[in-house]
Ligand binder design. Structure first.
Ligand SMILES: Nc1ncnc2c1ncn2[C@@H]1O[C@H](COP(=O)(O)OP(=O)(O)OP(=O)(O)O)[C@@H](O)[C@H]1O
Length: 311
């Protein structure tokens, strides 16, 4: 559990940014505390990478202030004290893992030891391999290794486990947890709920450039316990309790409606349907995916507290 007393190492204050007329970040406020893992979740295009780039000073905000480790965004001091793994990063093919790591160590005044970098990234057996011969998951590990070469006080990881198999993913999670224990703050973006759940002290949800929720993983999980209910039925249904989305399609051959209902409490929605004596067939209930959950959170923004009480 995060403590209010934990030192704030980063602060984003009323940050707005846009590409031409496309507003990407809208009045965003955020704090990063020492030794915490903060996950930024949100659908594609929500502004997660843009927010990280702004904190690193790679893009200039239209409005607002960002400070990190005592520096203003863009200051060279930030580069020395942070590490970053961005989605689009790549490395030259014709250098070995060890050459890449040693080069990156040379950029920093206080680099992490070579063996530690290898250990955290799990690349011991690939030390002398050319990067072009690494698998996709191993390339991700190399990018992680390069991100930690400088002994970062704040480590930014933008979807670090994309393309990794479950064993590699778990190994990286362990490395992240160990780094956190040394006092490093981690800022993580991910599309994997399990990843955010396992690693984070705090989660913020970004949608269309706005932070629409902030909480512990437990709170966010409770919030997005949305279920997807599908069935066919020969009567028209327009309104049921706990439905956050109701869509239907009339199949004229079968003379039936095919319904999809996203519900914040499947039990209650189904109970109501059964009480109404609606004749349901082909009924399935599945967990909604993250995109559906984000839509739901957005639409329920005002009464989220009610849902939080469910647990
Ligand atoms: N260089 C750019 N020029 C113009 N628009 C851009 C540029 N980079 C990003 N955008 C736009 O900014 C918005 C936010 O993009 P961003 O990459 O921050 O989203 P994201 O939340 O990281 O998405 P994803 O989960 O897909 O990685 C998108 O609408 C995107 O099209």
């Amino acid at each position: 559990m995060m403590s209010e007393q934990m030192e704030t190492v980063g602060r984003v204050n009323k940050l707005s940014f846009g590409y031409k007329e496309n507003i990407v970040l809208n009045d965003v406020n955020l704090k990063i505390k020492q030794g915490e893992t903060l996950s930024i979740l949100g659908p594609n295009g929500a502004g997660k990478t843009t927010l990280i780039k702004a904190m690193l000073g790679q893009i200039k905000p239209k409005k607002g202030e960002i400070s990190l480790l005592g520096y203003q965004a863009g200051d060279i001091g930030i580069r020395r004290l942070t590490g970053v793994m961005l989605q689009v990063s790549g490395v030259p093919d014709m250098s070995t893992v060890s050459e890449h790591i040693k080069l990156f160590q040379s950029y920093y005044p206080n680099p992490m030891s070579y063996q530690k970098v290898l250990g955290y990234s799990g690349l011991q057996e690939k030390e002398h391999e050319y990067s072009k011969n690494l698998s996709g998951g191993q390339k991700q590990r190399l990018l992680f290794a390069l991100a930690i070469c400088g002994n970062p006080k704040v480590l930014f990881l933008d979807e670090p486990t994309v393309g990794m198999d479950i064993d590699s993913r778990k190994a990286l999670w362990e490395a992240i947890e160990q780094l956190k224990l040394t006092g490093t703050s981690i800022v993580l973006t991910t599309h994997y709920l399990e990843e955010a759940d396992r690693l984070s002290d705090r989660v913020v949800i970004l949608n269309r450039g706005n932070i629409i929720h902030e909480g512990t993983p437990k709170e966010i999980k409770t919030l997005i316990q949305v279920k997807c209910i599908k069935f066919t039925c020969n009567v028209e249904i327009t309104n049921v309790s706990r439905a956050v989305n109701l869509s239907s399609h009339y199949d004229s051959d079968l003379q039936q409606f095919q319904y999809t209902i996203e519900s914040s409490c499947a039990e209650e929605t189904l109970k109501e349907l059964f009480n109404r004596n609606v004749p349901l067939s082909d009924l399935t209930v599945t967990g909604a995916d993250l995109e559906q959950a984000f839509t739901m959170i957005n639409s329920l923004d005002d009464n989220s507290e009610t849902i939080l009480e469910v647990e």
